[in-house]
Each structure stands twice: as structure tokens, then as C-alpha cells.
Design a protein around this ligand. Sequence first.
Ligand code: DGP
Length: 114
Amino acid sequence: MSNCIFCQIILGKSPSHMLYQDERVSAFRDIHPVAPTHVLVVPNQHIASVNDLAREDEALVGYLFTVAHQVARQEGIDGTGYRLIINTGPHSGQVVFHLHLHLIGGQRMRFPMG
Ligand code: DGP
């Protein structure tokens, strides 16, 4: 989608610090990191949010987690641990309506959230 910033990043039309990309998924650093590692793992296909997932996207969603793990390993935080967050809709604070998984780590995080 031409008006979606993540689609523009995936296509290389907007700048990003890309860490991983293949034909299905891209992973790039968040522009406003909240921790030493803050990466967004996104499907290349435009899907606005979890609310817009279809049954045929189930394998793709699983693959997002596989790539998140791979990037966590690349970043050296798989052993210390990390948090994966998917915001969905206004109450969650979702601001970019292209499905994305926040991979956050590199420091101890507070819990519970909300
Ligand atoms: P969310 O609230 O879950 O929709 O988070 C969207 C995230 O996207 C937020 O942490 C900031 C990040 N973001 C927004 N615009 C850009 C951008 O142009 N480039 C990058 N790398 N990240 C962006």
C-alpha cells in the first residue's frame, strides 16, 4: 500500500536499518527504541492488524515468530530473554496499521504491563 510507511520500508522506498529480509518477512530497527534492542518483525504482505488475519495467514504468523527468534539470536539476546508485543487497535496504542511484532530486549523489563 503506497500510503503505508512499513510497505515503503519493505520495498526499500523509505530508509530503515534492515536486519533481515526474505520473500515473506522483514525485520528492521524501530525508529523510537524503548530498549537496547527494539526490532519490528513484519510480514511483507500488507495486513493491517491481527483483526485482519485470515486462516491462510496462519503459517505466515508462525514464521514471524521464527524470524523474531533468529533476530534475537543475531542480537545476542536469546539467552537473556526478550519480549514480543503485538499491539492491536486503539486501546493497545497501535499507530502503524501494518501488522508488526515488536522484539524488545537487551535489558530487564518490568512486568506486569498495562
Ligand atoms: P505500534 O504502536 O505497535 O503501532 O508501533 C509502531 C512502531 O513503529 C513505533 O514503535 C515506532 C515505529 N515506527 C513508526 N514509523 C517508523 C518508521 O518510519 N521507521 C521505523 N523504523 N519505525 C517506525
